[in-house]
Each structure stands twice: as C-alpha cells, then as structure tokens.
Write a protein that binds this ligand. Sequence first.
Ligand code: ADP
Ligand code: ZN
Length: 721
Amino acid sequence: MALPRARIVTLNAALGPLDYRVPDGMAVEPGSVVVAPLGPRQMLGVAWEAERLPSEEVGDNRLRPLAGLLDVPPIAAPLRRLCEWTADYYLAPLASVLRMVLPSSAALDGPRQLTEYRPTGAVPPRLTPQRERALERLAGRQGTIRELADIAEVSDAVLRGLVNAGALEAVQVDADRPLPVPDPDFAPPALNSDQVDAAASLAGGIADGFDPVLLDGVTGSGKTEVYFEAIAAALRAGRQALVLLPEIALTEPFLKRFEARFGCPPVAWHSGLRSSERRRAWRGIASGEAQVVVGARSALFLPYPALGLIVVDEAHEPSFKQEDGVQYHARDTAVMRAMFEDIPVILSSATPAIESKQMVELGRYREVVLPSRFAGAELPEIRAVDMTQDMPPRGRWLAPSLVAEIEANLAAGEQSLLFLNRRGFAPLTLCRHCGHRFQCPNCTAWMVEHRLMHRLACHHCGHVMPPPKACPECGEEDSLVACGPGVERIADEVAELFPDARTAIVTSDTIWSPARAAQFVEEMEAGAIDIVVGTQLVTKGYHFPNLTLVGVVDADLGLQGGDLRAAERSFQQISQVAGRAGRGDKPGRVLVQSHDPEAPVIAALVRGDVAGFYSAETEARRDAAMPPFGRLAAIVVSSEDQGEAEGTARRIGNAAPKVEDMAVFGPAPAPLAMLRGRHRQRILVHAARALDVQDVIRDWLGGVEWGPKVRVSVDVDPYSF
Ligand code: ADP
Ligand code: ZN
C-alpha cells in the first residue's frame, strides 16, 4: 500500500523542509499551500514535493499528518524555482523567501467581512490636541481601529472616542469584492515617432519568451507611455503585468496616469496596505483576476499564475536593493523571475545602472532608446556654481547667483526646486561651550535636529529625544548650535530671502503617505507652491510643466566617503533632479552648487556628456575588477557585545579559505560600526566574476560556530559598502 507524503517548506526560517503525511482525501500537489503542525503550533507552508512512496520508505507512521489545505491556488513551478534561486544566490533561508510569497496569513484565510472606519468630516465638540492630530492624519484614510491607530499614532481608545463623538463612522467592507478590469484600448495616446518605434519593439516581445530590455530614455521622453503599450499588449494576450516602482510616495501620480490610460487604477501592493486591501490584492493576484499590479519590490514574489510582463521603473534606484532580511536586489531578481516565467522584462531608466548598461554591451539585454523629450521640450541647461567664488553670506547656503535665479523665477511666476539630500534642520548639533556633540546612543551616528517636529532623531534606528535646553555635558544653557544645513534650514533661508513665496518641504517627514504625495502634486499643479525644498523624494517621476529652475544645494555631498558607487549615484541623482526642470514648453535651467566644480561627475553633467561619464566610470570599474566586472560580498558580524562581535569576526576571518581569484579584506568595523545597539564587524570578499562565491561562503561559514547572540549576515552584491 502506498502512503502519500509531502515535503513542506514552512515559514519557520530556523527549519529546513520537513516531511509530512498527507491525510486521506486531502489533494496536495506541488505548490499547495498547507497548514503543518510544528511542535504544539501550526504553521503555513508550501508543498515543495508531493509524492507517493511505498510505506517502507516512509518508515511506518512516524510522519505527522498535515493539518489542512488552504483554498488558494498552488504556487506554480516558476515561482518555486525563483524562491530557490533567491535563497541560493542571496544565501537566505528558503523559508524567509517564502514569507514574501505568503506575506500574511490574514490575506490567506483572514475574515472576508470587515468593519472599517473613516472620518465623517464632523468636528467633535471636545477637540483635544491628540484628537485634532489624529483627525489631521486620518483625512482621506480608512481602516480598522488598529490600523487607524497606527497611522495616527494614538491609542485605540482615542479612536473609539472619536467614533462615539461621530467624527469617525463604521463601514462594512467585503474584502473579496471584484477588482476593476483595465481596458487596453481605453485611451491610447498619440505617440510620436520615436515612441511608436519603441512601443512596437517592446510590445512585439510579448508572448515571445524571455526578453530582457533596457528602456533607456532621457527624463521626460515618455517612457511610461511607451511601456504602457507593452502592458496593453500583455492584457490583450490575456496575461498579467507587474510594474515595480521604487517609492511608495510615487504610486499615487502613477495610479492616476494608469487610470487615464486604462480606465481604472491597477492593483497596488506595498507595505502600507490595510489588511482588507492586502487580502483582496493577494487573492486577486493568485487567482489571476488582478491583471495589472503596481508595487514596491515585495510585489515581485507574489503568485501570479499568468504573468506576461514585468516592468521595473526607475530601475537604477538603490531602494530596489533590500537591506535587511533577504538582502535581494529586486531589479536583478525581476530579471530572474522573467527568465523562469519565460516572459519579457523591461528595465526603464533615464540613468541606467552601470550593471544594466554592461548587460546591453554584452548583448544579454536589448536596448530601446528614446533620445529626446516628448513634445519638443529641451533638456535643461546645467551650470555649476563655484562655491569658493560665488559665496553665500555666513550662515547661509544659497549662492548669490542661485538666489538671483530664484528671484527671477518668482517674478516670472514659475516654480523652483531646491534639492538637498538631507532631512531635518541640521545634521549635527553641538555645544558651543564644551564642544559636546549629540550622538545616537544606539548607532555610530549624530542625532539630527528636526525643528518641524521639535526633536532630535537618529536616521538609522529612529531614536528620538526632545531638543535639550542645556548641554548634558557641561550644563551650559542655550549653548547648542546647529551645524550644517538640512532641508528645513534651507526652507528657513528661503523664507527669510523671499517672505512672500509659498514654500513646501518635501521629505519622508512631510510626505508619509500616498495621499500626502497626491496633495503635494495637486498643489504644485494648481500653482499653489512657488518653491519646493526637498530630498531625493522629489528627484523621481514627477512631472510639473511650470517647474523651470532646479538648484542643487550641495553637489559634493554624495561624492564624499569614497564609496564604489558614489560617482554613479551622484550622477544619477543630479541628472534625475535636473530632469524635473523644463518639462513643459518653458525651458529649464539647473544650478549645481559645488566646492569642486571640476570634479569629473559635475564636469560631465555641465557638458551634458552622458556617454563620456558612463565610459569613464565603466573603465574605472573594469580596471579595479569591481562590479559588474568582479563580485563583492560583505559578511557582517554583529552582537550587542563588542568583544563577541570582534572575536567571532576574527574567527571567521581566520577560517577564510584560500581560493584562487578571491581576496578577503578585514574584519574591520563596518561603516556603521554600531547600529541599533549592535556592534558590527565586516569582512569584505572580492572575487572574480566566474567564481561561485556563494558556494565558497556557504562552506566557509558552515565550518565556523558562534554564540546565539551573534548575528552573521551575508550581503551578496552589496549596493554600498
Ligand atoms: P519619463 O518617464 O521618460 O521621464 P514621462 O513618461 O513622465 O517621461 O512623460 C513626460 C510627460 O510627457 C508626461 O506628462 C506624459 O504624460 C507626457 N507624454 C509622453 N508621451 C506622451 C504622448 N505620446 N502623448 C501625450 N503625452 C505624452
Ligand atoms: Zn541610532
């Protein structure tokens, strides 16, 4: 007699696959989502193999029976292969990868009917500051009491009070109501001839199997309109399409554009979804009902049964690299998924990564180019401002020539954007009397002053403290000074220079939700903002026709530190922010403030020499055998105990195998030597492209033991180091 059994990968990262007996009548197949008993608990898992074996091979009835089979479609073979590839390549437990496929059990078997709440607009008779803040944060939102409490950062009780006062009302939600169906022929745009060619080239690849394409078009060339045509082709072929975006704040304008083109919004997937939306999206994706999905990197691991196209928009963005848990790069993993699914993948960018350009060079990716801006708009003129000559007055950061340009722009009724990639008011606070600097107690980092929120904050662990009146070191009062500028300080400077201008600060502190992003876009489009001061959040995706001046406050900032990607990253960031200028019929101009305007990155930007920059940067990488010509991996050892972190790192370092074409550096303190209270040591591995460095590291770490409080993580292809 044959006993059915199944090998299950559970969501428990500490365990490998386990064998279970399949009870009679339970139809388990490869990919089935099951409930498996694990000790006294029950855990979700996926059947990796399900087979019938003769009972003697199973060994009587020692196998525990599975506890249940979920009523969701099985995880298909291409996605199971992607999970295996991701676990192998990024040296992560398969279970941790699987958690991204099955992100929450609520989505799988949570309630279908939910009670959610939303603001009524009524103001409660007793308006405490807490209630007022909650209502401000909840404008336009809906969710369960728990979810709204998280958004508003108040207790459940405050919200219950608001319900009783009539300021919030209950809504019954059916989490499984049907999803809207996008229409590929709803409103196709009239494409210009470059776009027609590009679109035909992209759409032609649908249904022809694996086809990686770099869509390389200058800012404002209409890349979105072009890849929309590929999405339309996928829809016509009855396939699903996935668009990965780097930033959640960007989804709102994207959703609007999508709706204008296809008649309804796509299905969104990101960490900010409430649980009813999460359930609806996951189930719609798994059943194939969700035809177009737009999401952050985690959307890549969802179980699309009929995926026909993946688009990675702004594919050069570093935020596609996940920095904790499974440290995967969503751009590279998207290409792997497309390969396993045997479908096209489009990487869209005005400033592609050196890695992507190199793949084109090698003939592994096709390149589709959009050489000019849509509707005859010109790329902006970029000028360097030499801060050693054109100096701002003491305590100010905007050079006189930039100030004059802003003034001219205000007079012309046009909008300006000042870019500084630093949140808060000042990056460093010190005591004028004794020199004490405010450092985070948990990290090797300064506490950053945020005046808008009246506190000092660590940008690495989130530790906050109220701004102290006196120096904790010497007790001197009113002796604290802010050093250097953040966006808030630049906004203050603007307010002093141009008291009548309407200014907006755009950072993750002010744009914390898609709704806030939408509000910002509306105000910009309505002309209600004259000057925007923002971080990298404003460099992406936005299209404001009346924005004609961009000022880069500190172009040297990104070049400090000597990181491998510093030059590339600065080039991309400044090109992207410059690309916000002059997108309509008025020409744009860009002023780049630098103390070293002759630096290659800035000189290339001023000359508009994109090709020159790429070839110089590529050659430098080739000479140093750095990615994409060589490979890097970082082994990070951390512990709350410094001695333990150092000791373990030393033992791992001493156990390093001698392998040809591989060099090991360190251990040494990691760039953030202390992070969230953990001391961090790093070993850097530099290897030839052809070496299977993962295999070497697996063997190497397998031969070393460490205590339970030590964490050892491997970052394969680290973005920064
Ligand atoms: P990119 O992503 O390449 O920077 P976008 O896709 O944002 O460029 O396009 C820039 C602007 O031009 C957008 O406002 C877009 O709606 C508009 N646009 C591009 N192509 C067309 C077209 N064929 N018809 C109408 N508007 C277009
Ligand atoms: Zn910290």
